[in-house]
Design a protein around this ligand. Sequence first.
Ligand SMILES: Cc1cc2nc3c(=O)[nH]c(=O)nc-3n(C[C@H](O)[C@H](O)[C@H](O)COP(=O)(O)O)c2cc1C
Length: 171
Amino acid sequence: MKNLSENFYRLLHPKIVFLLTSVGKDGRINVMSCAWATPASEEPPKIIVCVSKEHYTTELILETGEFAINIPPKGMEKAIWICGSKSGRKTNKFKEAQLKIFKAEKISAPLVEGCIGFLECKVVSTIDAGECYAFLADVLNCKVEEKYFVKNLWKSDSVPMHLGGKKIVYF
Ligand SMILES: Cc1cc2nc3c(=O)[nH]c(=O)nc-3n(C[C@H](O)[C@H](O)[C@H](O)COP(=O)(O)O)c2cc1C
């Protein structure tokens, strides 16, 4: 067997890719691509999202504790790569990736038009996980486009999955 100490986490991929939107206390907003998330509790509904301490997104989440998970459909790969390769510190990624936003119901971080699943979240605990912070958050609101999500299942070939590196697949 091969020893995989460096890329151990790849064994846990593929993972659904989403656009993580955030807001600072003065209203600055940002969007980044993200794959490291997991449900943490069904009742009450909680998730964990892991974000590098260096990312602008982290700076904003630490200020307000608010973020949204926006799950894109097939066809938004270009936006995924833009939002996953540039920092919102230097670039308005909404503009560059041609993403329009609309108001969330329970938080002030925005939602991304065209996405097909949304989770509005509020951080309850921040765990120092090494290079990342693991944000444990309450899910305050969750919506899905029914066309793509039938009987509690994603329809096949509808949501992007990150294999790791520059590889996205559909299942
Ligand atoms: C498909 C994909 C998935 C990613 N997943 C994560 C992730 O789970 N956590 C993370 O910290 N960065 C992840 N990234 C990297 C960030 O999106 C990237 O570094 C981004 O430029 C950070 O933006 P910001 O500085 O505006 O917050 C991912 C990138 C891509 C393309």
